[in-house]
Design a protein around this ligand. Structure first.
Ligand code: NAD
Length: 286
């Protein structure tokens, strides 16, 4: 049986140890895994997320670089910067920090990072693996879905034949996660803001994943029985406090849940660093 609180910490400790070793091996060959984050503007939430990435990146011994461009940057200058990073052999992983500013919204952002350096796993060449049925978590696939599956595996929560309701259909969480869950033989319902009778649907789930971004959205009436598992992806600010989408009362009613903070967030960051090390290893393969 798993614990009530599905904390990321014990798994993150294990993964960091493994990643430090892999990083050390590369360094012994004269290769320093190097991540570059491209930030347009100075969105405070983005700067906080970037700091978290930098911290874990440096903890495992990899190199971190931030390229910050003004919100007024011209699309061509942004593209030139990406082109230069895609061709820079000392950079192994590139992230375009989302959201980008309005002036860049028409660009095909997910495909601007070359697939080999796409550690966010957003490039069509990388997402294709998920849509064609992979269950291989070693590939460069989106970090939040990868982190969630890793966490469920760690706690021995099987997905085969389970009904999983994913709420939220974003390109970075809901859509790739629903595909990955389906590849793992779960029966998936992908719900969103236009879904009717959401409570009736979630009440029948074995696992509910909430990726909405609304504090305390999941109240006990979304739960139907006492054996349900709640995966809380939400990151919200409630009166200056970091909260997820799931209320305390719903957590109490569930069989098990991921905490916020300390659940999906750290799993996302560690999955990103894992993608960086994998991308570096792939690029320097003899
Ligand atoms: P998003 O913000 O792009 O979209 C929100 C989704 O929620 C939409 O698909 C929408 O249809 C759905 N939604 C909104 N209101 C709803 C309602 N009333 N009923 C049902 N569905 C509703 O999605 P996102 O980028 O995946 O982000 C969702 C949340 O997850 C945000 O809080 C974000 O900060 C957080 N997030 C956390 C991590 C992490 O590592 N923990 C990673 C990515 C995103």
């Amino acid at each position: 049986m798993y614990p009530k609180i599905l904390a990321a910490h014990p798994l993150v400790v294990e993964l960091k140890k493994d990643l430090r070793l892999r990083c050390e091996k590369l360094k012994n060959r004269g290769i320093i895994p190097s991540m570059c984050v491209v930030l347009v503007g100075d969105n405070p939430a983005s700067l906080t997320y970037i700091k978290n990435k930098q911290k874990v990146c440096e903890e495992i011994g990899a190199h971190f670089k931030l390229v910050q461009m003004p919100a007024s940057v011209k699309a061509q200058d942004f593209l030139n910067q990406l082109h230069q990073l895609n061709h820079d052999h000392s950079v192994h992983g590139i992230i375009i920090q989302l959201p980008v500013t309005e002036s860049l919204k028409n660009l095909n952002i997910p495909n601007l990072v070359t697939p080999e350096k796409d550690i966010d796993g957003f490039n069509g060449a990388n997402t294709q693996a998920i849509y064609t049925g992979t269950t291989n978590l070693q590939l460069l696939i989106p970090c939040t879905p990868k982190g969630i599956i890793n966490l469920l595996n760690y706690y021995g929560i099987t997905l085969d034949g389970k009904h999983v309701v994913v709420i939220g259909r974003s390109l970075i969480v809901g859509k790739p996660l629903s595909m990955l869950l389906s590849n793992l033989n779960a029966t998936v319902t992908l719900a969103h803001s236009k879904t009717k009778n959401l409570k009736q649907i979630t009440q029948t789930a074995d696992v509910i994943v909430s990726a909405i971004g609304k504090s305390e959205f999941i109240t006990p009436d979304y739960l139907g029985h006492s054996q349900q598992i709640l995966i809380d992806v939400g990151i919200n600010n409630l009166d200056g406090k970091l909260t997820g989408d799931v209320s305390k009362e719903a957590q109490e009613k569930a069989l098990a849940y991921t905490p916020v903070p300390g659940g999906v967030g750290p799993m996302t960051v560690i999955s990103l660093i894992e993608n960086l090390i994998t991308a570096t290893e792939n690029q320097v393969k003899g």
